[in-house]
Design a binder for this molecule. Sequence first.
Ligand code: NAD
Length: 327
Amino acid sequence: MHNKIKNSRILVTGGAGFIGSYVVEELLQYEPAKVIILDNLIRGSIDNMSSFIHNPVVEFVEEDVRDITILEKCVEGTDYVFHMAALRINACAANPREGFEVMLGATFNLAELCAKYKVKKVIYSSSASVYGLAQHFPTPETDNPYDNQTFYGGAKLWGEQLFRSFKFMYGLDYVALRYFNVYGARMDTDGKYTEVMIRWLDCIRENRAPLIYGDGSTTMDFVYVRDVAKANVAALLSGVTDEVFNVGNCKETSLKELLEILLKVNNSSLIPEHREENTVNPVSRRLADNSKIRDLLHFEPTISLEEGLAELSKWYFERKQETTFSI
Ligand SMILES: NC(=O)c1ccc[n+]([C@@H]2O[C@H](COP(=O)([O-])OP(=O)(O)OC[C@H]3O[C@@H](n4cnc5c(N)ncnc54)[C@H](O)[C@@H]3O)[C@@H](O)[C@H]2O)c1
């Protein structure tokens, strides 16, 4: 496939974050002329960027994506944009006005600037949250989005539609990617859904019984972050435009099974303890149908849950050890 990235200038909003930092690492293998990272570090970190922050090709702009003057400077002369800066689902629920400014306002400004400066393609980070509790399992992209109940999911869907309308009105090429449950080294350690992996890793480290709330039957589709980064680059390299794709691992894993695998990869014989469910989770199942991305972008996830959890565990335990020593 033609290397469109070579010698090009690329903007990654949210590039200091969990997924964004892997996208930058993946992009650098294709010899871009410049990668600009726009991130206010509200969640991202310099640590996440340690493998490339000193690379002369990389320019880190520690600013807010809501600052339209800064945003314009970043977009002007740029060939491609990955738009990943966003608030998390629980942050949007806690502060919908800020969610509106970041997820909708800044995304609108970005789309307008991309059209103004004739950016060649935008890769937009959407989410499986747009489905709410899906109607079909595995879930294809054609499942309806009306069961989503969250501000975050609504904002992501609006973003997809925004880029769709800009393609129609101004010819701005884009691809939107609906990630399922992304996990891996550098992941958020206090998110609403994924934090369970981290809490269990703490139990394994401290030799305490891991807790399962409810019967552990809630399922998710866990996709490793390096696979998600590859899906992003595949979306840029391909000639496909004006499409939305699921990015999952196509394996449905219950929380109970997740814990079993986590214990196995860490050679732990801890016995889980069950507690009564204390919250109502409106999304009890997640399972992606990846056939569209496989057929059109030739992307398939390659990292199994066992491999991914082993890599995550290694990262987390090493990190904990470093923080213990530095105290
Ligand atoms: N992690 C997942 O499971 C998942 C699932 C579906 C979709 N997504 C989407 O993927 C993208 C990346 O997610 P992530 O998991 O890497 O999250 P993350 O929080 O690690 O990354 C988002 C980055 O955006 C930055 N940011 C937030 N608000 C900003 C602002 N106003 N100005 C500048 N920078 C700002 C943060 O500092 C952070 O580095 C997001 O758009 C997210 O909604 C993630």
